[in-house]
Design a protein around this ligand. Structure first.
Ligand code: HMG
Ligand code: MG
Length: 305
């Protein structure tokens, strides 16, 4: 039964192929990434973050992004996104047929420097040309705001700093904005406060919650976000991931766990949990370790009995 006070429908953006895999030390072959994206496409996601056109010196794992984008079987109804920190990344994403490009900044000055080697103001100036080019080519534009709930280098991040970057990204013409807990430190009420502040400067129905699960709070943060009407969430199959420039940060909340929650709440996702469990098993086997999704592992074990 669905709860009348929560959204009836949510969009789950699967970020495992990008946010998940970018943190893997061992190079994952493009063929494995392609198979993973194809499996996730079949599961019915509306949006998959499949690639990242960043410097291969900074994030070597993403160097195969063009090959991945060229090799996947695109499902009508799924939007394939790529990270683009600058025009060089944008040109590559355009050539690779990305339908959505993601400019990624930060609410923390310290993290901005570590992650993209420039200040917040410099990043926004850099994003201007990417945003303009995206519009000219009819691509969807998403903005991602790291460290909106805390920073590994500067600690507390003021609400004003979040609102400021939300406003700047809105002014660049972003169609959707991700409010990211890069290091998974937020808790439920704080999450609501940050989300509501972001919603003061951007459309609530185009704000997404991007929660890493470092402190085991991601599902609670998602539920708290649902309570105030947020209806877009990012997650990684099998809980893969972390950020190479956020020490100690673990993966995103696991997609299987989020889907299990949504199914239990009667909230529509359009995604087949069973197929995501299989995709999670596939990538975990390749990586040679047990997946990090509790629901995924439980459901996979049940299938074997
Ligand atoms: P830079 O060194 O300041 O850039 O890096 P530059 O313009 O001076 O260029 C230096 C070199 O990089 C040149 O090559 C460029 O060609 C190359 P060289 O002449 O030395 O051989 N280069 C590129 N190569 C490929 N694609 C490009 C590109 N741009 C420059 N697009 C830069 C600035 C932003 C490029 C660099 O800092 C970078 O690539 N950072 C990547 C950081 C990253 O990917 N972090 C992880 C993703 S963000 C994340 O995970 C957070 C998120 O999940 C939300 C959350 O959880 O918080 C989204
Ligand atoms: Mg992330």
């Amino acid at each position: 039964m669905s709860d009348a006070t929560l959204p009836r429908k949510v969009k789950i953006v699967e970020v495992g192929p990008r946010d998940g895999l970018q943190n893997e030390k061992e190079s994952v072959p493009a063929a494995v990434k392609i198979e993973l994206v194809n499996r996730l496409s079949q599961a019915g996601f509306q949006n998959i973050e499949a690639a990242s056109f960043v410097s291969p010196k900074w994030v070597p794992q993403m160097a195969t992004s063009a090959e991945v984008m060229a090799g996947i079987t695109r499902r009508p109804g799924t939007l394939y996104s790529a990270l683009t920190p600058n025009m060089q990344g944008f040109e590559a994403a355009l050539a690779a047929g990305a339908q959505e490009v993601v400019i990624f900044g930060s609410a923390s000055e310290a993290f901005s420097q570590k992650n993209i080697n420039c200040s917040i103001a410099e990043s926004i100036a850099r994003f201007e040309s990417v945003a303009k080019a995206a519009k000219e080519h009819g691509l969807r534009l998403r903005g991602s705001i790291s460290c909106a709930f805390g920073c590994p280098y500067q600690g507390e991040v003021p609400l004003d700093a979040v609102a400021d970057v939300v406003g700047r990204m809105r002014d660049l013409g972003c169609d959707e904005l991700d409010i990211a807990d890069t290091i998974g430190v937020s808790t439920a009420r704080k999450t609501q406060a940050v989300m509501l502040r972001a919603a003061g400067a951007f459309h609530l129905d185009r704000i997404s919650g991007h929660f890493h699960d470092t402190y085991g709070q991601a599902l609670a943060n998602i539920y708290a976000s649902l309570e105030i009407g947020v209806s877009i969430f990012h997650s990684s199959v099998s809980g893969l991931g972390g950020c190479p420039y956020a020490k100690g940060a673990t993966g995103n909340v696991a997609t299987e766990d989020v889907l299990y929650l949504m199914n239990g709440l009667g909230i529509e996702t359009g995604v087949d949990l069973d197929l995501v469990v299989d995709a999670g098993q596939f990538i975990s086997q390749h990586l040679g370790r047990k997946g990090a999704s509790r629901a995924g592992n439980a459901l996979a074990a049940k299938k074997l009995t």
